[in-house]
Design a binder for this molecule. Sequence first.
Ligand SMILES: C[S@@+](CC[C@H](N)C(=O)[O-])C[C@H]1O[C@@H](n2cnc3c(N)ncnc32)[C@H](O)[C@@H]1O
Length: 287
Amino acid sequence: MKNYSLIDSGNLKKLEKFGPYLISRPCAAAIWRPKLDIKIWEEADIVFIRDTKNKWVFKDKKRLDSWLVEIEDVKLKLKLTDFGHIGFFQEHVFLANKLSKIIGSKIFKDQNKKPNILNLFAYTGLMSLFALKNGAKVCHVDSSKPSILWAKENAKLNNFQNLEIRYILDDALKFVKREVKRGSKYDGIILDPPSFGRGAKGEVFKIETDLYLLLDLLKKLLANKYSFIIFSTHSPGFSKISIKNLFTDIFEKNKNLEIDELCLKAEKSYDLPSGYYAIWQNDDKKF
Ligand SMILES: C[S@@+](CC[C@H](N)C(=O)[O-])C[C@H]1O[C@@H](n2cnc3c(N)ncnc32)[C@H](O)[C@@H]1O
């Protein structure tokens, strides 16, 4: 089964195929006109309508709540949520493969110990699953109980429930402050912060005011000379230059820093910009 393709985008919408289902959803980045014929859009099995009342509309009224897809060889359960999300961001697969490459590298293999990975704002756990599959132990942090339960379901689907993963239901910043006090160390830290989010007890996270502090604290949690950070964001206002300024301000210079735009490729339509990422590694060799 081909598990994901971006079919078309435009008119502030995107048309994607997840497993067997064709889904049309709002997409603020798609400011052009669709490339493909309207007839293709009309074939959508599921359409998310953002209105005074958000709703999913089903073709032929055949309702669907959840289904499975396989991303590389990792299984994920997708569900239709009230906000038009489905528990998976395709652009993160690129970063999941980067993560596999880093922790599967000789540098980590030669250390003869499991890499210790911290996954913040971990959502339904794609990056945690890729870390586990590569023999890491994972600390998975998210402030939403439904997201943590969903991530546990995904781990079980892959038979990973007995691997070394700790689920922490907490505010990311609060948890990181505690980890710094405890002197904890991680080989790799992954974070995909939202523009605005709330901690488990209603704490407010605003990317523009809290990201600097968060990254500055994360620096103290990095374990050794090969440790790394994988950062991604979909927040408006970020650019390659702003991320470069942020990382070169906080982290040691002359180390490996890769920054680029995330993008979803479409075979027959426009590529869709999908945020930015940065990978910083405390090593001067290329990943
Ligand atoms: C979907 S992910 C990443 C968001 C993505 N970058 C975007 O813009 O849509 C957001 C996750 O962060 C979690 N989250 C939001 N605020 C948080 C906080 N203060 N501490 C920990 N997790 C938080 C949410 O529960 C959710 O699972």
